[in-house]
Design a protein around this ligand. Structure first.
Ligand code: ATP
Ligand code: MG
Length: 387
């Protein structure tokens, strides 16, 4: 039978809270499996064991899903065998064929936890190594830089044979750091910010602003696709969609045009505050990156932060655009973000926005009109979608 072993990363180092993190990890891993009912999960000594209940269970699909679960530093598939060297050598060539057929060099690493096993680790390595070279004569043993490392572990319960340990998603389990509200546009940056926040254990809910008819229905569809694409990493996501049209038109007609963008962003944050207050999120996450565009100068950021009632996290602050798009490709959001639908932030934008607005002038402009009823209307009309 083939099973999956997932090694914890950071949570292996947690002290008294470790149990809580482990339970969260098991819960998240189970939720990530395409067919959870076909597997049994349990943990022991910083390793999570995912065992199929029967031959029908799709181990390859489970493995692919587990690679995207935060909190796991390495994953490997293993063949579970009786503790009998002859049986191990009989099954090894067939099981390891796919990974050895194209490799030039390999080594066997053996560990014998059960000291009653008649062969010691070097003997296991030699015997299994010889078997594999006989089966795949093109292979050369290389103890220092092998292309493939085969692992044979003799544990109390059984022998485990595995190849190709792969890196897991890293980070800590989603939900172990609380919940944050992501301001999700259709761009490249905010989905990557979601991924990075989830990696640090934050559960994500998303807030998207749209301004029909200036923005199209397809812009909302795009954001829904982004949420769906993020769930393998972030787990369940609730998307709140807000209609911003009236607020935006009112700002266009009443506020000084050079402050339009920063005033709009403050309104977005006021609404975000209300969503947090009504739910469980205790921080905001954006895809902002200092210096990228006019609304991302220190002055503009100070003015928007002033409207936030919760800490604002900007996980991509240290990234270049190229690093962000590379990560977007890796996590599968690039192809969606690339679709060309207009974002509400790019409509009515003034020709000459003030690049470094002062908080005093922004507050003064904001106080000249009562935007609260429009905000309430927008908030009351929020549509919610679950992913
Ligand atoms: P992104 O690639 O994430 O769209 P950007 O580089 O285009 O970012 P801006 O358009 O200035 O930059 O937006 C900065 C941040 O503001 C976004 O990363 C996102 O967090 C938030 N934001 C922008 N537009 C919206 C929107 N329509 N709904 C929700 N949040 C938004
Ligand atoms: Mg954008």
């Amino acid at each position: 039978m083939e099973i999956i072993l997932a090694k914890y990363g950071e949570i292996a180092l947690k002290g008294l809270n470790k149990r809580k993190f482990e339970d969260k990890l098991v819960q998240n891993t189970r939720a990530a499996l395409p067919t959870p009912e076909r597997f049994v999960l349990n943990y022991n000594q910083s390793t999570l064991y995912v065992r199929p209940k029967d031959e029908e269970a799709d181990v390859a699909a489970a493995y692919a899903a587990i690679k995207r679960v935060f909190g796991i530093s390495a994953v490997q598939r293993c063949l579970l065998l009786p503790k009998d060297m002859q049986v191990i050598c009989d099954f090894a060539p067939d099981y390891l064929r796919d990974c050895l057929i194209n490799a030039r060099t390999f080594k066997v690493e053996a560990r014998r936890a059960d000291k009653r096993f008649p062969l010691n680790s070097p003997q296991i390595q030699t015997e299994l190594g010889d078997t594999l070279v006989t089966a795949f004569p093109h292979l050369k043993a290389d103890m220092t830089h092998p292309e493939v490392t085969i692992r044979a572990e003799i544990r109390e319960s059984a022998a485990y044979l595995s190849a190709a340990r792969e890196k897991g998603a890293g980070g800590i389990p989603v939900g172990s750091s609380g919940q944050a509200l992501l301001l999700l546009s259709g761009g490249f940056d905010s989905p990557v910010a979601a991924y990075l926040s989830a990696k640090r254990g934050l559960t994500i809910e998303a807030l998207h602003f749209q301004s029909p008819p200036y923005t199209s229905e397809r812009a909302l569809e795009k954001v829904k696709s982004l949420c769906a694409a993020l769930t393998p990493y972030c787990g369940h996501i609730t998307l709140h969609a807000v209609l911003l049209t009236k607020l935006q038109e009112t700002l266009r007609d009443n506020a000084p045009s050079e402050l339009f963008t920063v005033l709009l962003r403050r309104q977005m944050l006021f609404i975000a505050n209300d969503v947090c207050k009504a739910g469980k999120s205790r921080a905001l996450v954006t895809g902002e990156c200092v210096g990228q565009v006019a609304s991302q100068t220190l002055g503009a950021i100070q003015c928007t932060d002033d409207a936030a009632a919760y800490p604002v996290f900007r996980p991509v602050i240290g990234f270049d655009k190229i690093e962000i798009t590379n990560l977007a490709r890796q996590i599968g959001t690039f192809g969606i973000s690339e679709l060309p639908y207009e974002d509400c932030c790019t409509i009515f934008t003034p020709k000459h926005p003030k690049t470094n607005p002062h908080l005093d002038e922004v507050l003064a402009a904001e106080q000249r009109f009562d935007y609260a009823p429009l905000r309430k209307e927008a908030y009351d009309g929020i549509q919610r979608f679950d992913f």
